[in-house]
Design a protein around this ligand. Structure first.
Ligand code: 1CP
Length: 357
């Protein structure tokens, strides 16, 4: 058996002759490939010294809104760790600013004012993302220029329900009574708000695809707070709206939901290309329930805080369980944590690359 603890930069071409983009897109189409592509949610961030250096000179907002800097931060982990896809460096919450909400990062996001009264629903009018969020498209163009045509680029936005939670004042995944209070008391207004966010989000993702995103991911991080029945009311119709629009434009898409185990049946009936699974469920048994959906996931990001050997062991067990599955992209079950040793990120990538299916 190969010694996975001693892999020294084995070249990709040795394992598979497809380019990274071909490999990524083949899996998104549900094709089996000899090698598994790998990227990580929050692959650029505070766990990297290179990112912390940039953060000493610039605020988070400055990085995201200055295309050259955002592009540079996007490319650094891809080249440093040999990842198989880039995800544009940005955040899900910039969409709220054109609705007239003040957004600050400390470093977690805070939105002012919070959404709490019925009349605030009047603020939500569709706007053109090209007029307000073009810095994201420009960053994609710049990052593609630096990475070249063979690296797939991932665009993203927040799902309407998750954006709504932040608008109502959910912070650090606490305070879910706030969106419930608004939804239950101002049901019609909530529907209108979610619909406007959906329309803007669809245009925003199309803009990212026009700029060069090869795949777009919707982050519905907080949808797992909903019961399966509530998910059908407050999240799924709006995800469906966006996914159907993307499908009409031929843009490959995927969804991430944290704590999604109880939602798998609902998710099975949706039309996105891929589903990104959190770390709590067993990927293979979820794949049986979701078949033939393309899966991404699901290494527990908390394990990445431990010794490299344990990280490699769990990575190999996930890869083994998905060995014969057509359409699988390795990822974590949530974002890379700030305390993660970069060597562990490198070890995961090298282990996935060396694993012949
Ligand atoms: O420099 C800093 O300290 C800022 C920390 C930071 C970073 C690095 C924030 C603030 N956002 C980001 C980047 C980011 N956010 C990316 C970058 C691309 C990559 O993956 O490399 C992405 C995809 C996001 C998406 C995002 N932002 C989500 C969905 C994914 C997830 O993590 O669940 C969410 C929920 C946010 C909100 C947000 N922005 C920042 C923080 C710390 C948070 C989470 C706050 C919370 O959960 O309450």
């Amino acid at each position: 058996m190969r010694d996975y603890n001693n892999i020294q930069n084995e070249g990709l071409s040795r394992v598979d002759s497809m380019s990274k983009k071909e490999l990524f897109l083949a899996n998104l189409e549900g094709r089996w490939t000899a090698r598994t592509p790998v990227w990580m949610m929050r692959q650029a961030g505070r766990y990297m010294q290179e990112y912390r250096n940039v953060r000493q000179r610039h605020s988070f907002e400055e990085i995201c809104k200055t295309p050259e800097i955002a592009a540079d931060v996007t490319c650094t982990p891809v080249t440093l760790f040999d990842l198989d896809a880039a995800i544009i460096f940005s955040d899900i919450l910039f969409v709220v600013e054109p609705f007239g909400f003040k957004l600050t990062y400390e470093p977690g996001p805070a939105i002012d004012p919070s959404l709490s009264s019925r009349d605030q629903a009047g603020r939500f009018r569709p706007y053109d993302p090209v007029d307000h969020l073009s810095f994201v498209g420009d960053a994609i163009v710049d990052a593609k220029r630096c990475l070249g045509p063979d690296i797939p680029m991932i665009g993203f936005c927040g799902a309407p329900f998750t954006i709504f939670c932040f608008l109502c004042g959910v912070q650090a995944a606490r305070g879910f009574f706030k969106p419930y209070k608004y939804m239950m008391n101002y049901t019609e207004e909530t529907r209108e708000i979610l619909q406007v966010i959906s329309e803007v989000s669809l245009e925003y993702l199309k803009m990212q695809a026009d700029a060069g995103a090869d795949y777009v991911q919707l982050f519905d991080t907080f949808a797992g707070e909903l019961s399966a029945e509530e998910f059908e009311i407050w999240s799924k119709p709006y995800l469906d709206y966006i996914i159907n629009g993307l499908n009409e434009s031929g843009i490959p898409s995927g969804i991430f939901i944290r704590n999604s185990n109880h939602l798998i049946d609902s998710i099975s009936s949706m039309n996105m290309n891929s589903f990104c699974v959190d770390w709590k469920g067993d990927l293979r048994s979820i794949s049986n329930r979701l078949n033939p959906k393309i899966l991404q996931g699901n290494l527990n990001p908390n394990l990445m805080l431990g010794p490299k050997e344990k990280v490699i062991d769990k990575t190999l067990r996930i890869l083994e369980s998905m060995r014969d599955y057509p359409g699988y992209i390795f990822n974590l079950g949530h974002g890379v944590l700030p305390d993660t040793p970069p060597e562990n990120v490198r070890a995961v990538v090298q282990t996935v690359h060396a694993f012949e299916r």
